[in-house]
Design a protein around this ligand. Structure first.
Ligand code: AMP
Ligand code: GLY
Length: 403
């Protein structure tokens, strides 16, 4: 099979890496790809719109297209591919509203009876802290946790006019991702992201500073509760509304004292969760995705996987104003330790590799235990250098504290 991957970040590098190991996959193309993906795939400059991706799939006779980021999904890439008879894994534009509009997602959750934070249009209905969210896609920057009324009013001013005001939920956050064919859903192992920039969850929100996968993040009964109360109702409601959900459904959950509640839905794989998931994934990913895109019920995934940890190395100034152009060294040395270095914000400059974005690399390693996976990842991190590089030193530490 020939696979086209749409996107060019760390998530797409991890997908390319796992797909390249799939017995069913002969070759990979990526658009736009990145310097890391170039070792695994033919990279093609991104076209301006979704029909351009369909042109690439047609010209290269791709058997299946896998979409990484949300923007092309929200823009209708799946509808365009299906119109042209091209196989693709992802949700239609109508189904992608689950991520594209937080207001849609809230109303949808209410219709489906899915547990989520209470919302209201009146600040007076809440105690503090309170959460203010912008409606549309905001790359992690559209959420403010306001400690008092002046802060809440300022956030509404800044994010408005379309905002959601919701109660602040307490608990452990879990990223729960399922693969769907429209009527069935099969979960990947649970992961935890680390959204804040600095250790101990301090500093501004980011796209994600690291993630770990460990089967113990959820007990078997928590997993079935999430399936019964969130994932299956979501899939059934999507079908009932004649927008069946196909592709990756990502529920960002808060495990509260009252059970799991949805913080957000995404209609794609998480970044950097995917780096950890692909690292520990067992089986033929290409075949699984091809069959699911063809409408077959996704096969149950292996659950005996080892823990995996992805530490994001960020550029000077990230998340506010990342500096670019810093020379990167040590990737080969890091990989010689057994880790895998997924590239995200990198660019080739002659023979050199330089930083080209906020989240530059995702250093990923597995281990028999979470502690070993963490040590393996950080041992590899030590080999890498670029000026201004910063990263969290506590990726996975939450898991260690709990078990
Ligand atoms: P979102 O983009 O909705 O996932 O929000 C980004 C981050 O803000 C989440 O990962 C949470 O850490 C935090 N957050 C969002 N909504 C809430 C909420 N209702 N209560 C507590 N934290 C929240
Ligand atoms: N890591 C969070 C996300 O992909 O939305």
């Amino acid at each position: 099979m020939k696979i086209l991957i749409v996107g060019g970040g760390g998530r797409e590098h991890a997908l390319a890496w796992r797909l390249a190991k799939s017995p069913s996959v002969k070759s990979i193309i990526a658009s736009p790809g990145n310097p890391g993906i170039e070792h695994l795939a033919t990279c093609i400059v991104a076209p301006g719109d979704v029909s351009g991706y369909a042109d690439i799939a047609e010209a290269h006779q791709a058997d299946l297209t896998v979409v990484g980021p949300e923007a092309p999904l929200v823009a209708g890439i799946v509808d365009e591919f299906r119109r042209r008879g091209l196989k693709i894994i992802g949700p239609t534009q109508a189904a992608a509203r689950l991520e594209g509009s937080k207001i849609f997602a809230k109303e949808f959750s209410r219709r489906a009876g899915i547990p989520t934070a209470h919302t209201s249009t009146r600040l007076d209905d809440f105690s503090y802290p309170v959460v203010i969210k912008a409606d549309g896609l905001a790359a992690g920057k559209g959420v403010v946790i306001a400690q008092d009324r002046p802060e809440a009013e300022a956030a509404i001013q800044r994010l408005g006019p379309k905002v959601i005001i919701e109660e602040f939920l307490e608990g452990e956050e879990v990223s729960f991702i399922g693969l769907c064919n429209g009527s069935a859903v099969v979960p990947f192992l649970p992961t935890q992201d680390h959204k804040r920039a600095f250790d101990s969850d301090q500093g501004p929100n980011t796209g994600g500073m690291g993630a770990y996968l460990d089967p113990r993040i959820l007990t078997a009964s928590q997993t079935s509760e999430i399936m019964e109360r969130i994932m299956l109702p979501a899939i059934r409601q999507m079908s009932a509304e004649e927008t069946p959900f196909t592709g990756f459904l990502y529920a960002g959950l808060m495990m509260t004292a009252d059970g799991p509640k949805v913080l957000e839905f995404n209609v794609r794989l998480g970044d950097p969760e995917t780096q950890a998931i692909m690292h520990s994934f067992q089986g033929d990913l290409g075949k699984l995705l091809y069959e699911t895109a063809s409408g077959c019920a996704p096969q149950q995934l292996s659950t005996a996987a080892r823990p995996a940890v992805c530490v994001v190395l960020a550029a000077q100034g990230y998340p506010d104003k990342p500096r670019t152009g810093d020379l990167i060294s040590g990737i080969a040395e890091a990989e010689a330790t057994g880790a895998v270095v997924f590239q995200a914000g990198t660019k080739r400059n002659g023979d050199q590799l330089v930083t080209a974005g906020g989240r530059v690399l995702g250093v990923t390693a597995g281990g028999e235990t979470l502690q070993i996976a963490i040590s393996n990842a950080y041992r590899a991190v030590e080999k890498i250098h670029f000026d201004g590089m910063h990263f969290r030193r506590d990726i996975g530490a939450k898991g260690l504290r709990r078990w």
